[in-house]
Design a protein around this ligand. Structure first.
Ligand code: CDP
Length: 809
């Protein structure tokens, strides 16, 4: 049935009428309920552990108890005596197949199973494949490994100290623990800016090691069929096609015989981008045993060995004119990558998109130097709900801005407003060379200030302080680059960053859409259907969305860095337009007029000279299979590869007000206002969900989350008793507002949103707590702002820096 169109009455404008049409069919702007939730809330999701294949074996990993040690002997004989054990893999066995080491997504190498030595606590040393997971676990304990301990290195200072033990002695020409040195910007011009500054404001910060901690840990089920030569791997990956390419290159299997399936994912947040040893071992185990092999990571394995984020020292300074104008920026970062540089980065940018810092401010010049070091920790630096280090960049930016405004004695909001890129200044070249193209920064700030009642709050704060109560207000404003690539600038291991969509409209007007992205809870099954509805007028409920199977989905770079809407979402719009172009030919045939005489309105073609004479998109679909004109290819389907001309640049203004208890250092969020401009919103409800989730993670990082290491390199934070996730009880209420500045180059004007709140949120909380401590001289408390650290800063009147110390009592 064609969609029923509302009647256009004289009282309704064309725009209103069109919006109503869209809402009716669940198109753009409809807060359509998430279709995937139908199965999730019934417990009918299909996650990796739900994959059960006939004859399946189970794999468990033996991990190193030590952070740095030579392996002198591994004896697997006792493990083999346990009934039900089928195979025990060690590094030496992997080495005979040239699989003991694998390339990482950042042009480094990583041990699959340790051969020479272990380089972090929790590193994979051996694995057992058995009839059930319990036998495999018991057998791991029966593997005898002898270690010769080496001095562990747990922070960059130790790593760079003269005479420090060499962690990566496996690498030729590696004589120290430096993974990379990198720089960007104009040093000379920046030096001149600093030489001419009235005031130089400085800050040094540590962004602690954190973990994306998706509720579902990692896992895989590898199934190699020797008869057909086909390898199918069901696995928790945010980027199935990259994994297929990696397996083809590492295992040297023919690419068309590799099928990677990423089923429902219980969250990813960047944790499921890297290729982990567990995946590789399960594949080899399946090839060797000729049976399906399942590996399901446990919580501790996930928290100590996979996908750490942040762990970076951020130092920098602003050159300022007395009147408040920023003249230049200097930044230096030292990032702790653990034992292997394994996080994904666009190849050109060693420290991700750190140089997106200060993109929303009109800064004439900037210079950034970055050093990455190896330590005896699990690989770090993954983009936890962020675009390749943009979280750290924006945290530094907004903490620096607060410190600079304070140093100048200026109002926080006014300092930002004065330095923002103006609305009429786009396109704008940022000091590090990005091109931003749209935004209404001052307006977003004003909406936020009005919502929080800025002037009133400052008055209340002064009054409260006179009675010994400590109130604070923190602002964080930022634009961030979402949607890598364009392919000119962005690639991973040489694979250019673009994305894709394939749309098939069946004869009854129902459709199936597949993309190269991979949802992990963001709701693509809902929102992609809305884009098709917007472009074709097919009700979104008639569009089935599938992602994550490399045998059926078109090639794409997957979902991370909030790139889905900017890139795959754009491909969905473009593929729908291709289908519409073909449907137009069918419409002309059905209406017996030439194509030029056919007009389009949502879901319907009509004759220009006689609008009452028309055909629906569904009628065109039927004709594509039953009544096509001579010479026209049958069927109604297309695919589109989309290479965006630029990144999208959403903007956010987050404002927190807090009260700090001077007796205990406990701080409470009084209010939190979020103003997000992500361009056109496909589904406002989904966007709000993304913002609320992101803010909750931001709050967690600011207030309670950290993973640290003792002097021996033992990981503290290996379970949810130590590494805290906020529940609804702790989480503050969020007050959400919107501004819409359409993206000028995106086909539907959308910008990414998924990570904005996680990126911009933390600085709002920290700025608010530091503001509450005004008058004490405290410039910084490093995250997490645990009560004892806040109390120490308040009572001792000094900054509190670095990771919280490990308490062993
Ligand atoms: O790449 P990822 O899906 O993590 O992030 P995203 O592209 O920012 O999208 C997150 C969710 O919000 C998706 O379901 C999008 O379709 C939706 N979204 C939206 O409805 N409108 C926007 N302007 C941006 C995202």
């Amino acid at each position: 049935m064609p969609p029923s169109m509302p009647r256009r009455g004289p009282e309704m404008t064309v725009t209103e009428s069109r919006a109503l049409d869209e809402i009716k069919i669940g198109g753009m702007g409809a807060s359509r309920r998430r279709v995937e939730d139908n199965r999730f809330i019934r417990g009918r999701g299909h996650y990796i552990d739900d994959v059960v294949l006939p004859g399946m074996l189970h794999m468990e990993i033996l991990r190193s108890p030590l952070a740095h040690a030579k392996i002198t002997r591994i004896d697997t004989s006792r493990a083999y005596q346990i009934p039900g054990v089928r195979l025990v893999l060690t590094g030496d066995m992997m080495a005979t197949r040239n699989l003991a080491w694998m390339p990482t997504l950042s042009y480094d190498t990583q041990a699959v199973l340790a051969t020479d030595k272990v380089r972090f606590q929790g590193q994979e040393v051996a694995c057992v494949i058995a009839d059930d997971p319990y036998i495999a676990k018991d057998a791991c304990e029966a593997i005898d490994v002898e270690y010769e301990p080496l001095p562990p290195i747990v922070n960059p200072d130790q790593a760079m100290a003269p005479g420090a033990p060499l962690i990566r002695d496996d690498k030729e020409n590696q004589h120290d623990n430096v993974a990379f040195d990198w720089e960007v910007g104009d040093k000379e011009r920046t030096d001149q800016a600093f030489a001419s500054a009235d005031v130089v404001s400085r800050i040094s910060l540590h962004y602690p090691r954190s973990h994306p901690s998706p509720i579902e840990c990692c896992g895989s089920v590898a199934d190699f069929d020797r008869a057909t030569g086909k390898l199918t791997v069901y696995m928790t990956t945010q980027a199935p096609h990259i994994v297929r390419a990696a397996v083809a290159l590492i295992a040297e299997l023919p690419e068309h015989q590799i099928r990677i399936v990423s089923p429902d994912l219980g969250g990813g947040f960047g944790n499921k981008v890297p290729v982990y040893p567990g995946y590789v071992m399960s594949i080899l185990a399946s090839i060797l045993t000729e049976r399906p092999v399942k590996w399901i990571e446990d919580r501790t394995g996930n928290l100590i060995s996979t996908g750490f984020a942040r762990d970076i020292y951020l130092d920098g300074e602003l050159a300022l004119r007395k009147d408040g104008r920023i003249l230049g920026v200097r930044m230096h970062t030292t990032s702790d990558h653990g034992a292997f540089f394994a996080d994904a980065q666009p190849s050109k940018f060693k420290i991700g998109l750190m140089h997106s810092a200060f993109a929303c401010y009109d800064v004439p010049t900037a210079h950034l130097t970055a050093r990455g070091v190896y330590t005896n920790k699990a690989p770090g630096g993954v983009a936890y709900r962020c675009s390749f280090r943009v979280t750290e960049a924006m945290f530094f930016q907004e903490r620096m801005v607060q410190a600079a405004a304070d140093d100048l004695g200026m109002d926080q909001a006014e300092f930002r407003r004065m330095n923002f890129v103006r609305d009429d200044d786009f396109p704008h070249r940022t000091p590090f060379g990005f091109l931003t193209d749209s935004g209404q920064y001052a307006k977003c700030l004003q909406v936020g200030l009005d919502a929080i009642g800025y002037a009133d709050f400052r008055a209340q704060q002064a009054e409260a302080r006179s009675r010994g109560r400590l109130l604070g207000l923190g602002i964080s404003t930022m634009t961030e680059p979402l949607g890598a690539g364009n392919s000119r600038e962005y690639d991973i291991l040489g694979i250019k960053m673009f994305d894709s969509a394939e749309l098939r409209v069946h004869m009854t007007g129902k459709a199936i859409l597949r993309t190269g992205a991979k949802t992990q809870g963001q709701g693509h099954e809902t929102t992609w259907g809305q884009i098709v509805a917007h472009e074709l007028g097919i009700p979104s409920e008639d569009v089935l969305v599938e992602e994550g199977d490399t045998d059926t989905a078109p090639f794409g770079m997957g979902t991370y860095a909030s790139r889905s809407t900017p890139v795959a979402g754009a491909a969905v719009a473009m593929v729908s337009r291709k289908v519409r172009a073909k449907a137009r030919k069918l419409a002309a045939h059905l209406l017996e007029v030439s194509e030029e005489d056919v007009e389009w309105e949502l879901g319907r073609f009509y004759v220009r000279s006689n609008p009452a004479q028309g055909v629906t998109i569904q009628e065109c679909a039927m004709a594509a299979y039953s009544n096509m004109p001579d010479g026209l290819e049958p069927g109604l389907e297309a695919n589109a590869y989309y290479d965006p001309p630029n990144l999208t640049w959403p903007f956010a203004c987050y404002i927190a007000t807090v009260e700090v208890d001077p007796m205990t250092g406990v701080w409470d969020v009084l209010r939190f206002v979020a103003v997000d401009d992500c361009g056109v919103r496909i589904n406002p409800m989904v966007v709000e969900g993304q913002i609320m989730g992101g803010l909750t993670e931001a709050y967690a990082m600011a207030s309670m989350q950290f993973i640290t290491f003792d002097a021996e390199g033992n990981c503290v934070g290996s379970n949810f008793m130590d590494y805290l996730l906020p529940t609804a009880w702790e989480t503050p209420g969020w007050e959400l507002h919107e501004v819409v500045t359409p993206c000028p180059h995106h086909p539907i004007g959308a910008k990414g949103i998924g990570e904005c709140a996680t990126v911009g949120g933390p600085a709002a909380f920290v700025n608010a707590v530091v503001d509450a401590l005004g008058g004490t001289g405290v410039r910084n408390i490093d995250m997490p702002l645990l009560p004892d650290r806040v109390h120490e800063a308040l009572t001792e009147k000094h900054d509190v820096s670095g990771a919280p110390p490990v308490k062993t009592d």
